[in-house]
Design a protein around this ligand. Structure first.
Ligand code: PHE
Length: 451
């Protein structure tokens, strides 16, 4: 083996990087967050802006981020130190890694709480709680969950435990199987739901809501939210994809990989949104209901489908699996760094990261009920961590990645690493990374922060 390897190993099969990166990208961001954000931000115009950000910023940044990992061959923090050194620049660039590891910890905290909801819904579905219930009662069930601190913490704890267990064992083993088997099943289940939606009268209303562009319905914060979400959903700006890139073999074509992941991720989000809004409009629910949206709508569809108890149970198992393969990648940058630099045992590192995120997660869970009047910058703790990471830390990480790849790294190295054969495509990508993405992110972020 002449190729330089990361100490954590290299993916065993060619496809594994694509699967792992897709597993990281496809998660609660697509099925839970994208639909409710679309609902809160008025529909079509938000979707259009989000798609533009994915294509113009997200996909180019993803390529840049993988490139950094594949060249650095280490945890994001150490990769950035190495590459800054190689470019004879300041070690300050290691900050990208630090910012990312911290963002991963913060996201993992509220992510695990929401994933806990999905686990709880597996139980609700399987126990037939929703059978024969009215839409109103089904959507009301969610309120019972979030007002109960004990239940929230229990399911959050369970989810965190299964995440730590996989990270501790090295991400290769569990992940490869889970992603190869469960991700395709999730797609199939979403298609089943889409088929069901297409038979409903409110389907056309849902399509109109999602795809008819009406800028007058765009809320003030929508542009920043769309930008932040394009990073969140593609797992960008915090080193997850960089860490996975470090385990990627050199033979693989980066550009086509990145486009594939971007398309799959977007498809899942659009299908989930279309299904959810069909149910929203068909049952007189509120599109702007917020984070409860998915949990209040999808069980209604399952209660009406033949075999709904089984299908619904499987569906929430798959959502849990999707969340789990994303959660693993949230912990990976911090864990990989602790293993490399502190010489820590992988299990211990995973446990420490998991326990830290668990504590923050408990605070997020309690902020939905008994601590609801505790606010940080006008947000409850849950929203604070969500907005801090999605709207600030991830775009900032992405901005710094673009500046590093576009302006600091040696051009010949960048060119050699991306191996885009077509000169025009390469130039377009490099232009996007050098100018469009950093300027776009800076304008949107600072505009909002100043305004
Ligand atoms: N992309 C994941 C999702 O959509 C969340 C995530 C964000 C994972 C950032 C890793 C890093 O659910």
């Amino acid at each position: 083996m002449t190729e330089q390897q990361s100490i954590h190993g290299v993916w065993t099969k060619r496809w594994t990087f694509i699967l792992a990166a897709t597993g990281s990208a496809v998660g609660l961001g697509n099925i839970w967050k994208f639909p409710y954000m679309t609902g809160e931000n008025g529909g079509g115009a938000f979707v259009l802006i989000y798609l533009l950000f994915i294509a113009g910023i997200g996909i180019p940044v993803m390529l840049a981020e993988i490139l950094l990992g594949r060249r650095g061959r280490a945890s994001p923090i150490n990769s950035m130190h190495k590459l800054a050194d190689e470019a004879r620049s300041t070690p300050f660039w290691g900050g990208i890694g630090w910012l990312g590891a911290l963002a991963g910890l913060f996201i993992l905290s509220f992510y695990s709480v929401v994933a806990g909801w999905a686990v709880f819904y597996v139980y609700l579905m399987a126990s037939g709680t929703f059978t024969g219930q009215s839409a109103e009662m089904i959507s009301g069930e969610f309120g019972n969950l979030v007002s109960d601190p004990g239940r929230l913490v229990d399911w959050h704890t369970l989810f965190m435990a299964i995440t730590v267990a996989v990270v501790a064992n090295g991400i290769h083993k569990g992940l490869e199987m889970a992603v190869q088997l469960l991700m395709p099943l999730l797609f199939i289940m979403l298609l089943v739901l889409l088929g069901y939606s297409a038979t409903q009268e409110s389907f056309s209303q849902s399509l109109a809501f999602m795809f008819r562009v009406d800028f007058s319905r765009l809320s003030e914060t929508a542009i920043l939210s769309a930008l932040g979400h394009s990073f969140f959903t593609l797992s960008l700006g915090m080193g997850a994809i960089m860490a996975y890139g470090a385990y990627m073999s050199r033979q693989q074509n980066l550009a086509s990989t990145v486009v594939t992941i971007g398309l799959l991720d977007t498809l899942v989000a659009l299908v989930a949104g279309t299904v959810i809004f069909t149910i929203v409009f068909g049952n007189g629910l509120e599109p702007g209901a917020g984070p409860s949206l998915m949990f209040q709508t999808l069980p209604i569809a399952f209660s009406q489908l033949p075999g709904g108890v089984v299908l619904g149970t499987i569906f929430f198992v798959l959502v849990t699996a999707a969340a789990w393969s994303s959660a693993i990648s949230l912990a990976e940058p911090a864990v990989a760094w602790a293993v490399e630099t502190l010489g820590m045992n992988r299990g211990v590192a995973a446990l420490i990261v998991g326990v830290l995120a668990w504590f923050l997660g408990v605070a997020c869970a309690l902020s939905l009920n008994i601590w609801s009047d505790v606010t940080l910058f006008n947000n409850n703790i849950f929203d604070f961590f969500d907005k801090l990471t999605t709207n600030i830390m991830l775009p900032l990480g992405g901005l710094l990645i673009c500046l590093f790849v576009g302006w600091v790294m040696d051009r010949a190295i960048v060119r050699g690493e991306v191996d885009i054969d077509h000169p025009t495509i390469y130039r377009v990508w490099f232009f996007l990374v050098r100018f469009v993405s950093p300027v776009g992110v800076a304008v949107v972020m600072f505009n909002k922060l100043m305004g």
